[in-house]
Design a protein around this ligand. Sequence first.
Ligand code: PEP
Ligand code: MG
Length: 570
Amino acid sequence: MSIKGIAASSGIAIAKVYKLATPDLSFDKKKVENTEAEVERLNKALEISKKELEQIKEHARKSLGDEHAEIFSAHLLILGDPELINPIQDNIKNNNINAEAALEETTNMFIDMFKAMDNEYMRERAADIQDVTKRVMAHLLNVDFPNPALINEEVVVVAEDLTPSDTAQLNKQFVKGFTTNIGGRTSHSAIMARSLEIPAVVGTKTIVEDAKKDDLIIVDGIDGEVIVNPSDDQVETYKQKQADFEKQKEVWAQLKDEPTVSADDQHVELVANIGTPDDVAGVVNNGGEGVGLYRTEFLYMGKTELPSEDEQFEAYKSVLEQMGDKPVVVRTLDIGGDKELNYLDLPDEMNPFLGFRAIRLCLERDDIFRVQLRALLRASVYGNLKIMFPMIATLDEFRQAKALLLEEKDNLTSEGVDVSDNIEVGIMVEIPSTAVIARQFAKEVDFFSIGTNDLIQYTMAADRMNERVSYLYQPYHPAILNLVNNVIEAAHAEGKWAGMCGEMAGDSIAIPILLGLGLDEFSMSATSILPARTQIKDLSKQDMASFKEQLLSMDTADEVEQFIREKTNQ
Ligand code: PEP
Ligand code: MG
C-alpha cells in the first residue's frame, strides 16, 4: 500500500514499524480479597516504571543533554512521592479494589485538583501525573508502553504527530525514519528531523491506521511517499534509490570546502539553521559558511524552569567557538505558537500563532529577556555573533528590544565584563507589516533575515501546522515574491544585507528566484547546503535577475513554478 505525504526530510528508510501511540489501557474495576497481593502488584508496577524512567533519563542525558533529561526527573519525583503513592495503597486496602482501579481513582483526584488550580505550573503537574499514571497502568495491565528513547533495533517511527520533545528523544542510530498523520514541512518535528538527518514524511493523514506494529515500511523522504508491506520488487527499487541517494551525497560532498559561487562568479553565503550546540557538527560536516539561525527556544523547552544566564552563556559560547570566525546569527527567544513553555504561567489563547509570543512576550517579561541578552553579550567575545529579534511587527518593538540590549551591554561593561563591539543587530521579517515597510526598518537594523515559514502563514492566512490548508502554503506565490523582493531592495538601498532563514531558502525552485532577487544569505537545514551549492554553481545570477520583473508580475504560484522549471531544467 502506498500513501502520499509531505516530504519533510530527505533520504530513504526501510525498516519495521514502531508505533508511537498510547496503548489501550482500559480495565475492569474488581473487588479483591487479598489486598496485600494487590498492593504488591502495584509496588511492582511502580518499581518497573521507575527503572524504565531512570534508563530513559540517563539515555536522554547522554544523547541530548541535561535539559532534555530534566522532564524525566520530574516524573521520577512523582513516582517516589508518598503523598501520592500512600493514598493509592490505602485505597486498595480500605475499599478492597484492584490496583488498576485504585491507581485511576486516586490519581484522577489529584489530577482534577491540580487542573482546577489557577496556575499554569500546577496544571502542568497534572499533565505529568497523567503521563506517569499511564506508564504504571500499562505495567499493571502487562501491555507495551512506547519508550522512543529506549528503541534499540532499527525501526521507522509511526505516530499521529511528534512533539519537538518526542523528536528530540529519537536515537538516530536505530530510528531510520519517521512518518506521521499530521504536520507540514515547516512544523517543528519536520525541522528537527532535518537537523537529525532522519528521512521523514509527514501529513500522510492515515499512516497510523494503515500500518501495524512490525510491518515492513518504506519512507521515501525525497518524494514524500510511504509504502506499507512493500513487495520484494519495491524493496529492491527503494534499496537502489537509497544507494543512488548515498552516491549523490558523495558528489555533493565534493563542494564541502568550496565557497558558494554562481556560474557568473557571484558569491552568496550558504549557512545553516540549528536548534542546539550539538547541531554545529552537522553544519561543519555539510560545509556551512556559518549559522544563519540559532533557534534558542530549544534551550528553554523540555524543562521545568527557565535556563540560567550561565547555562545559556555556555550554550552560546559553545556554538560561537565551534564556528570560529564564521558568522553565527542567534535569534532571541521565540516561544509561542507550537512551541510552549509549560512552566511559564501563560493564559490559553484562541489564536496562539497570533498571540502573546516571541518578542511580544520578551518585551513584557523583560526579566526573562535580559537574562538571555546578558548571556549573549557575555558570549559575544568568543566568535562572530549577530543577534536578531523574532516576530517584529513595528519599529517601536525593534527600538525597545535594542534599547534593552544596549542597557545590558552598559551594565556588563560597568561590571568589568568584556563585550564585543561589533555585534550586528537585526530582525526576522516574518510579519507582512514589516516586509511592507522594510525601507523604514532598513535605516535602523543591521540586517534582515526573512522568516518565510511565518511570513507565508501570515500573508496567506494559512496555519502552517494545518495540512487541510497546506495548499495555501505557497512560497512561490507572487505576493510572497513581491514581499521578499521589497525586503531585499530595502536592505540594499541602505547598504545592509538580507538573508532568509525560512524553509524556502533551501528549496530548489525558490533558490534561482532568490538568487535573481539578490538575496545575500541563504540559511537552511544543514543537509540542504551541499545540494544548494551544487545547484547555484550552475546558475547565472544575471540571467535569473533578468526574469525578476516578469516573475513579480505573474498571476499564480503555479505559473512561477512552471517558468522556473523550464528555465532551470528541473
Ligand atoms: C520562520 O518563521 O520562517 C522561521 C525561520 O522561524 P520558525 O520556523 O522558528 O518560526
Ligand atoms: Mg518564525
